[in-house]
Ligand binder design. Structure first.
Ligand code: 13P
Length: 257
């Protein structure tokens, strides 16, 4: 991380875990144990139905609430879907877009992801845009070509002004939920290469100030080494964000002077 130029952001992605009742208990525990110093931003991306409880409980804390998905249209006949405006109205600040689980299991294409990025930005939400290669792509040596394509497609038409609100999460698919964390060097190398792509697309100033997180089996034991990488500006944490003590330990690590 490099706090001089950009925000460090620790974000939890609960995926499909925790009822609203469980979310309340978690938020209370978290709120009571947060460090005073504000050297990192904290986000909790909870299931839709947990959002009102999480927002209410975390209102006066430094923890922002995020969603894990949204629909790209502002309203209409899309049974079961949620729009960016609905999320913004609940005081949601961030939204995860392009997670590999949504790409693989729910058929999200790069075009859909691009539309979702625009929808989030138009409603004043900050997208956390996920990119990352699978095991085959890494072994074939096409990791950066693939990620470069994902970034260009997802960010098509996003203005430099709007880019200031976009967070990138590098999540290698082989590391998600496997316990097979990328080494700090692997994470640092790809996050650095992502910043170079952003430099070409948006110029040096925006690239330098964009938060690029790492995600994939990040936990309280490996967070320090990952965050020590210059270009790793935080984490998008799945499993370890479900346990308040583990999540707090990661926050404390990111918050160290
Ligand atoms: P895990 O931390 O459980 O590997 O999940 C990472 C992730 O997918 C966060 O979005």
């Amino acid at each position: 991380m490099n706090r001089k130029y950009r925000k460090t952001i620790i974000a939890g992605n609960w995926k499909m875990h925790k009822t609203a009742t469980e979310a309340k208990a978690f938020a209370e525990r978290l709120k009571g144990a947060l460090p005073r110093a504000k050297r990192c931003s904290i986000v909790l991306c909870v299931p839709y139905v947990d959002i009102p409880a999480a927002v209410k409980l975390l209102k006066d804390s430094r923890v922002a609430v995020g969603a894990q998905n949204l629909h790209w249209e502002s309203s209409g006949p899309f049974t079961g879907e949620i729009s960016a405006g609905m999320l913004a109205d609940l005081d949601v600040k961030y939204v995860i877009i392009g997670h590999s689980e949504r790409r693989a299991l729910f058929g999200e294409t790069d075009h859909i992801i691009n539309q979702k990025v625009h929808a989030a930005l138009s409603a004043g939400l900050r997208p956390i845009l996920c990119v990352g290669e699978d095991q085959d792509q890494r072994e074939l040596g096409v990791t950066m070509e693939f990620i470069s394509y994902q970034l260009k497609a997802a960010l098509a038409g996003v203005t430099p002004e709007d880019m200031r609100r976009v967070v990138i999460a590098y999540e290698p698919i082989w590391a998600i939920g496997t316990g097979n964390t990328a080494t700090p060097e692997q994470a640092g190398e790809v996050c650095g290469a992502i910043r170079s792509i952003l430099r070409k697309l948006y110029g040096a100033r925006i690239a330098r100030s964009t938060t690029i997180q790492y995600g994939g089996s990040m936990n309280e034991a490996n967070a320090e080494a990952l965050l020590a990488q210059e270009d790793v500006d935080g984490g998008l944490i799945g499993g370890a964000s479900l346990d308040p003590d583990k999540f707090l330990q990661i926050i404390h690590t990111a918050n160290q002077d």
